[in-house]
Design a protein around this ligand. Structure first.
Ligand code: SF4
Length: 270
């Protein structure tokens, strides 16, 4: 692999935006996140040009991109997993590079039982302790904000149950890894493979950005990687129980998320 060369910024440049969605998603401050104050795009103590480095990493395939990012950011690179099919692939890839790679998940307390079971199977298979991040209980949320907030204001619900725990999870991190793919939905079609995540103020790697659904399944099958059984029941994308249904035939993979609303992202990836 040709190592990516770092370049010290000579003049201000726009950030390479690793966010998946541009102008879509929650569009709500409740569903968004404040960047870390003063966070700058640094690697190895050097401020680098996100656009230049994004272009270099775009040429790397997922295993090389993960190896490069772990080499540059070390334990300050955190892998976010949702226990969907792409998480299975990324866990397997990262574990091959560094068995000590660090993984976390956001527990909304509203995940499918199959998702929790997948977590346990993957933990056993790879010897990983998945760091759990969460917020107030569902009951406490109902007391503070009323019942069924996910129906009345899903942006607020995601803000409480996903975005705030995400902010906690990334505290002190230099970068994070997500499993998003461009082919999943229109809102993810422009996702960079690597770039500066303005939303949280750190680097973001989307190593599977250019992978097709078929390639994901080929990898899982060829490497006998455990995966969430809900995929076999017609769920290509899996989130909370209250906000996930099966897509209709021909619709994009994420069309079963927040069905009947304009919402396409939870506020973490876009
Ligand atoms: S996906 Fe639905 S239930 Fe889960 S945090 Fe978001 S709005 Fe709430």
């Amino acid at each position: 692999m040709e190592p990516a060369t770092l370049t010290t910024i000579k003049r201000p440049a726009p950030f390479a935006d690793a966010d998946a969605a541009h102008g879509e998603g929650t569009g709500s401050p409740r569903g968004g996140a404040e960047p870390r104050a003063g966070a700058r795009p640094m690697i190895g103590g050097i401020e680098v040009d996100p656009i230049e480095i994004s272009a270099k990493i775009e040429a790397l395939d997922a295993p090389e991109a993960i190896e490069w990012a772990l080499g540059e950011l070390g334990p300050e690179l955190l892998f976010a997993v949702s226990f969907q099919k792409t998480s299975s692939v990324i866990i397997d890839l990262a574990h091959r590079v560094d068995p000590a790679a660090r993984f976390f998940y956001l527990d909304t307390d509203l995940l499918f039982e199959q998702t929790y079971a997948t977590r346990d199977v993957l933990a056993e298979r790879y010897g990983i302790e998945f760091q759990r991040h969460h917020n107030i209980s569902v009951d406490e949320q109902a007391e503070r904000h009323g019942a069924n907030l996910w129906r009345r204001d899903p942006d607020a619900c995601c803000g409480i149950r996903k975005v705030e725990p995400m902010r906690q999870a990334l505290s002190g991190a230099a970068g994070w890894v997500a499993g998003i793919r461009r082919s999943e939905s229109r809102s993810r079609a422009g996702a960079a493979k690597f770039g500066w995540d303005k939303r949280f103020g750190l680097w973001k790697l989307n190593p599977l950005a250019d992978w097709s659904d078929g390639r994901v399944w080929n990898y899982i099958q060829e490497n006998n990687v455990p995966y969430n059984p809900l995929h076999d029941q017609g769920y290509p994308s899996i989130g909370c129980t209250h906000c996930t249904v099966k897509p209709v035939d021909g619709a994009d993979e994420r069309s079963g998320r927040w069905r009947g609303t304009n919402k396409t992202e939870c506020g973490i990836n876009g």
